[in-house]
Design a protein around this ligand. Structure first.
Ligand SMILES: [Zn+2]
Ligand SMILES: [Zn+2]
Length: 250
């Protein structure tokens, strides 16, 4: 009830107050926009990049070029794309959205993701968010990946045949936080943590699944999801995230 009132109050305020920049709260022309200064400060992920994981390259290495990490250990997913580089600037967008009730940020971010992942969306049969464990869902109240998946599917241009499957994957067990764990530890921690919800099993076999998450860090979580989907017969698994960590050297 309180939440409904708060949402209604926010809608009323949104209608009477001027729209504010999502990055710095300056007044902008339209809701969900960035001011010119913030627009320049945000690092959007753009080619040239690794064909597999979209790790940005300083120079164009030609079509199909892979980064060192993907060559050394090919990821389970086919391709991963992200809208933003995860840095001090984009953290200011991601954190309030992740831990607060800022669904207005999700709307803008979903639109950027739909653009960054246009190629992936065009080929997807099913779009599914990385699930939260119910314990975390309880404290956060909503799954930010699910919210993004909904917006991305709505924002697809041209509209694609992909179907949103909000509960396609389930967490089998509580894996705790991935923060502070090294890549190998993250992989071990989440291995076999996910399973396909039986009611979606027929939607996975021989299909191309697009996984949605907020931030791609080491990729351990989405790879664990990809493993579950591949065991369920998925033909391809692609990944689209709002932001991705870009380490200076890999
Ligand atoms: Zn701004
Ligand atoms: Zn790569």
């Amino acid at each position: 009830m309180f939440q409904t009132c708060a949402t209604a109050a926010r809608l009323v305020l949104d209608a009477v107050l001027p729209p504010l920049c999502l990055g710095c709260s300056e007044i902008v022309e339209a809701p969900g926009a960035l001011c010119a200064t913030c627009w320049q400060r945000f690092a959007f992920v753009a080619p040239p990049y690794c064909e597999r994981c979209a790790y940005p390259f300083a120079q164009d290495l030609g079509q199909g070029a892979l980064c060192g990490a993907c060559m050394a250990r090919p990821p389970r997913y086919r391709r991963a794309r992200a809208a933003l580089v995860y840095d001090a600037q984009s953290r200011r967008l991601v954190l309030p959205f992740k831990h607060g009730d800022r669904t207005d940020i999700a709307r803008a971010c979903g639109a950027w993701m739909a653009r960054a992942g246009a190629e992936l969306l065009a080929e997807a049969d099913v779009v599914a968010p990385v699930p939260l464990h119910w314990r975390r869902l309880f404290t956060r109240r909503y799954n930010q990946a699910q919210l993004l998946a909904r917006i991305v599917v709505r924002r697809m241009l041209p509209p694609s045949r992909a179907r949103l499957a909000p509960d396609l994957l389930r967490r089998r067990r509580w894996t705790g936080s991935q923060t502070g764990r090294r890549a190998k530890e993250r992989r071990d921690n989440v291995r076999r943590a996910f399973e396909i919800n039986p009611r979606w099993a027929a939607e996975v076999a021989s299909k191309t699944v697009l996984l949605i998450d907020d931030v791609l860090t080491t990729g351990a979580t989405v790879e664990a999801c990809a493993l579950a989907l591949q065991q369920g017969g998925a033909r391809h698994v692609d990944v689209l995230t709002l932001a991705r960590v870009v380490r200076p050297t890999i």
